[in-house]
Design a protein around this ligand. Structure first.
Ligand SMILES: [Zn+2]
Length: 157
């Protein structure tokens, strides 16, 4: 079987069972470090601004994706936004049916050109709609670890 051979059935692929002794470390980078530290320490969301393009990036970027300018202007952004799109999750990562479906949404943060993919909470799936105003609910400080999961979910306001 050559590299360009196209499998017509997945079971035709050769596979070996076993473990790979690999460890890896993901670094947040300069912008990610500042973004997640503000969530951890202050329950605050920050973005970077490109004055030339009038764009506020959340999550923050160090370079503008439109004009490639280096972005040095940081702005605190609201922890509120609206549901840009959403889906209702009925199974877990292993395909097991969830007792209570979860709602995942892309929340466009107010005053920004970005947003976050996160869970919605304190709302029933049948009551969710595009355009719904929501706010971030942060975990207690003792539970926060400097990750996106320091936001427990977004809830309607
Ligand atoms: Zn720009």
């Amino acid at each position: 079987m050559g590299l360009l051979y196209r499998l017509s059935k997945p079971e035709q692929a050769i596979a070996w069972e076993g473990d790979m002794p690999i460890t890896s470390r993901y670094t947040m980078g300069i912008a990610g470090e500042r973004f997640f530290r503000a969530i951890l320490d202050d329950e605050a969301l920050w973005g970077t601004c490109c004055p030339e393009c009038d764009v506020v990036y959340v999550p923050p970027r160090l370079y503008c994706e439109r004009c490639f300018a280096q972005l040095d202007e940081w702005v605190e952004v609201p922890n509120t936004g609206y549901v840009y799109t959403y889906t209702i999750v009925h199974v877990d990562m292993d395909g097991n049916t969830l007792e209570d479906p979860r709602i995942m949404a892309y929340v466009r943060l107010e005053g920004t050109d970005g947003g976050l993919v996160h869970f919605l909470g304190e709302v029933d799936p049948e009551d969710v709609g595009i355009g719904m105003l929501v706010e971030a609910v942060f975990k207690d400080k003792a539970e926060r670890k400097g990750s996106i999961n320091d936001i427990a979910y977004f809830r309607p306001i």
